[in-house]
Write a protein of this length. Structure first.
Length: 148
């Protein structure tokens, strides 16, 4: 049971990433193996893994332990970042790329930097975050009861 929190973290991360190609296939009809390592998307592997780490640490070390307090702090930072900072950074990239495309019709833009495409999906919607949180809770609890 020594590695239960780490195992829980990794299993949650792997499950969240493993289902992304199939979720995209269901949503768009487009299946790509590259979604296995993609950031963003449904469910949030960030939230699944960090929630699983936090809950499993609480279950193993006690919810009044310093370890649990540390994982709570990390979880709050990661979840806030995933749904706010990274999400809006991705939206900003989308807007900037659209502006560049629109400007190409108005002025001549020869610098190759304007042809560079950036990844737009960086963060998560609230639904993707909640799905990841639920996955992290389920994985952590299932492994806890299996490991005992």
């Amino acid at each position: 049971m020594n590695y239960y929190p780490l195992t829980s973290f990794l299993v949650s991360l792997l499950i969240a990433q493993a289902v992304k190609p199939f979720i995209m296939l269901f949503k768009t009809g487009d299946f790509r193996w590259s979604y296995l390592i993609a950031s963003g998307g449904y469910p949030s592997s960030h939230s699944a893994s960090v929630v699983s780490l936090c809950l499993s640490t609480g279950l193993k070390e006690g919810f009044d332990s310093t370890y649990f307090a540390i994982t709570i702090a990390i979880m709050v930072i990661v979840l806030f970042d995933a749904v706010n900072v990274r999400y809006y950074s991705g939206r900003n990239i989308s807007l900037t790329q659209q502006l560049v495309e629109d400007l190409k019709y108005i002025i001549e833009m020869e610098d190759p930097i304007y042809d560079e495409k950036f990844k737009e999906v960086l963060g998560h919607t609230k639904l993707e975050l909640v799905a990841g949180v639920l996955l992290g809770i389920v994985v952590s609890l299932v492994l806890y009861f299996l490991w005992r």
